[in-house]
Write a protein that binds this ligand. Structure first.
Ligand SMILES: NC(=O)c1ccc[n+]([C@@H]2O[C@H](COP(=O)([O-])OP(=O)(O)OC[C@H]3O[C@@H](n4cnc5c(N)ncnc54)[C@H](O)[C@@H]3O)[C@@H](O)[C@H]2O)c1
Length: 352
């Protein structure tokens, strides 16, 4: 098969980890007889530097025309440390998600047998964890009206959701639950927030369409605790944008590192695959970032965007083998030998 893949490397460690995902994907294409054309495009601080905005129209055009988008990360300390900056890399991320209609971010959390003893959490608690967050990605507080009043002394960020936004995300959640253990948890804060009450009432109304799915409703603060206490009790979790952002970072502790967490963003006009981590500026150019989250995002791309599970499995097998054999970057080295980002990528590509 032939694929055009938009390649948005972004900032910080983005280009380094993306290079490894490209290498590994090319190895998969070679092994299975596919033909990938990569279409690089600018985003984030790199795009601001080049053309003055973080998600230019030219990049959008490349994404829309592609069969899938592979994305690294954006963000730069220059902007993080300047709250008054008018144009920011993160605006590009939000604009990209909105313009591509990427409303559902799929974030799987699972454990790797060879890393169980390295987790700060007790092995017997996390063993066998296999859960998926479906985070709403184009609504809520990140997209609501925001600003200052009272001469800058008061700040506000509005959180807004429509029933239709909740329904389309929840529908994906119910459908995903049907393919798994038929358990769905709706994470909200319905005891306090009106948007959460809309979430809960909307999901409750949809239950009758999926009689086989057992739905639970839990407050986000309780989930934050139970997630690290009994992660095995969850399967599919649906949640709004901000809660999902925070809980999935927390969930990375179960897997072992932020550098291991892939994601897929699905929507109306495109499918985008990206690690959940950011641009990890401290590691930029040092060849120390873990490329596995991005490589596993490429596995999700083969599996979900191209419906090629064997290709995805070849990548997952290589990652599992690397972890078992200790071919890891410093975040997972635990005092042992740490390999470079590029060396791990080379190893994975050679072991496809
Ligand atoms: N999707 C995105 O592009 C995205 C997401 C989150 C943050 N950001 C941006 O990234 C910048 C840095 O943010 P941050 O420090 O909060 O988050 P971050 O995810 O970049 O880094 C947080 C920590 O996670 C670990 N980590 C992250 N990626 C890793 C990898 N590949 N290998 C090993 N360890 C890794 C490191 O310990 C790091 O200090 C900011 O500008 C922020 O706005 C972008």
């Amino acid at each position: 098969m032939k694929f055009n893949i938009a390649l948005l490397a972004g900032d910080g460690i983005g280009p380094e980890v993306i290079d490894q995902a490209v290498k590994v994907s090319d190895a998969v294409a070679k092994k299975f007889g596919h033909d990938i054309t990569w279409k690089p495009a600018l985003t984030g601080a790199a795009a601001i530097d080049a053309v003055g905005e973080p998600y230019p129209d030219s990049t959008h055009d490349v994404c829309v025309a592609a069969d899938a988008v592979l994305f690294g990360a954006i963000g730069h300390p220059r902007y993080d440390n300047d709250p008054s900056a008018k144009v920011r890399p993160e605006q590009g991320l939000l604009k990209m998600r909105k313009k591509l209609g990427l409303f559902a971010n799929v974030r799987p959390t699972f454990t790797f047998p060879s890393l169980l003893d390295k987790s700060p959490l007790k092995q017997e608690r996390i063993e066998g964890t296999d859960l998926v967050f479906l985070r709403e990605l184009t609504g809520g507080i990140y997209f609501g009206e925001k600003g200052r009043r009272d001469n800058g002394e008061t700040a506000f960020d509005n959180c807004v959701y429509t029933r239709a936004e909740v329904q389309r995300l929840a529908k994906k959640g119910f459908e995903l639950a049907m393919t798994r253990s038929k358990k769905l948890c709706c994470v909200d804060k319905a005891n306090v927030l009106e948007t959460s009450r809309l979430w809960r009432e909307t999901v409750q109304a949809m239950e009758k369409d999926y009689p086989e799915v057992e739905v639970s409703y839990e407050f986000v603060d309780a989930v934050a605790m139970r997630l690290v206490q009994w992660p095995n009790s969850y399967d599919v979790l649906i949640t709004e944008n901000l809660f999902g952002d925070i809980l999935t970072d927390e969930a990375s502790v179960i897997s072992g590192s932020m550098g291991l967490m892939p994601s897929a963003s699905m929507g109306t006009d495109a499918a985008l695959f990206e690690p959940i981590h950011g641009s990890y500026p401290q590691a930029t150019g040092l060849n120390i970032a873990n490329p596995m989250a991005t490589v596993l995002s490429a596995a999700m791309m083969f599996e979900t965007a191209f419906n090629l599970p064997e290709e995805g499995k070849a990548i997952r097998n290589a990652v599992n083998k690397a972890l078992a054999e200790g071919i890891v970057t410093e975040d997972l080295a635990d005092g042992g030998k740490a390999y470079g980002t590029k060396e791990v990528g080379d190893w994975l590509a050679a072991n496809i």
